[in-house]
Design a binder for this molecule. Sequence first.
Ligand code: ADP
Length: 395
Amino acid sequence: MDERTGLPVVTMIGGGQLARMTHQAAVALGQSLRVLATGPGEPAALVTPDVVLGEHTDLEALRRAAAGAEALTFDHEHVPSEHLRALVADGVAVHPGPDALRHAQDKLVMRTRLRELGEPVPPFAAVAGVEDVTAFAEEHGWPVVLKAVRGGYDGRGVWVLDDAEAARATVTELLAAGTPLMVEQRVALRRELAAVLARSPFGQAAVWPVVETVQEQGICTEVLAPAPGLDPGRAEEAEQLALRIAHALGVVGLLAVELFETDQGLVVNELAMRPHNSAHWTIEGSVTSQFEQHLRAVLDYPLGATATTAPVTVMANVLGGDSVPATGVDERLHHTLARFPDARVHLYGKAERPGRKVGHVTVRGDHLDDVRTRARLAADHLSTGVWSDGWDPHA
Ligand code: ADP
């Protein structure tokens, strides 16, 4: 507890944009988020005064960050399980706990457990050698999707293999580099959805409306909330599936269930147990944002309402452009705000690199096409300094 305020201290491991936006929500609850960051220039370290510098792989740094905190939680899933178990043994309230978090750390553990639970997952197999991939493809057909079991994000760690030759080259190289691998069927997906909820230690759970996530080259570019044209029965099915998984795995805090929608129904792709890109829209588009909800859940506070605040909300990620824009970020921001006064801009304080998530824009309204166009234009302009529709402020 913070003696000055009488309110709890939550520690988040990792100082990225998720911790930065969680800090923003902590402020409203009377708190300052404590973050374990690797450097003072990380997005969250720039905004909270309560920064512990250190690596998430260093148990002593984790212990320093946890000292005196009511709960310890994460902005990424890379803390080794043995360190989390040591913290639990110290008496730290680690949320989600190591037994739940494993399923967000290891895709093979996750797939195996969900299959045991009878939840829909694509056919998959562990990969110890090239022959495991070719045998799998003989049964399920090419192409197949090869995945790093641990450590992947934004599509890094996902390879589509078209034939045995591609498998030989890629698998040999990755195994030689020590990357643990699995293979799965390439799903004929119509689109990608996400069901996101929060669950408290008490067992209360609250789910947001299911959203559509638009991906380009493995990176999420847009989130449409609620998922347009989603059959109400299927939306209910996705929500129930996410709730069953949260309870079965004992998740505390946020759970994002990334789904593929196919002609045959829903298939689970990924689990994340932390605030997630697919729910950034909730900051403006829901009564309770995912960041506040995550704090409420890990502190075992009552959860907030998850109703929407508008018929349509679109979140567009601001990705670093392929080349350095001619105008600086401040000028791009200025022009974006001038053209779209109702756009909500979130910048993370990160250096721009091609494809890197450096911010997002949220727009709300009544009509999807209009809202989506405005969010896209604003995000693209923040990325590149160019209005992709040719708009001229001086015309
Ligand atoms: P990451 O952990 O890097 O985000 P994911 O497993 O979520 O990786 O995969 C990234 C993207 O690759 C997915 O959003 C999807 O577009 C595509 N993808 C992943 N697995 C499959 C699959 N089995 N079939 C078809 N597309 C897939």
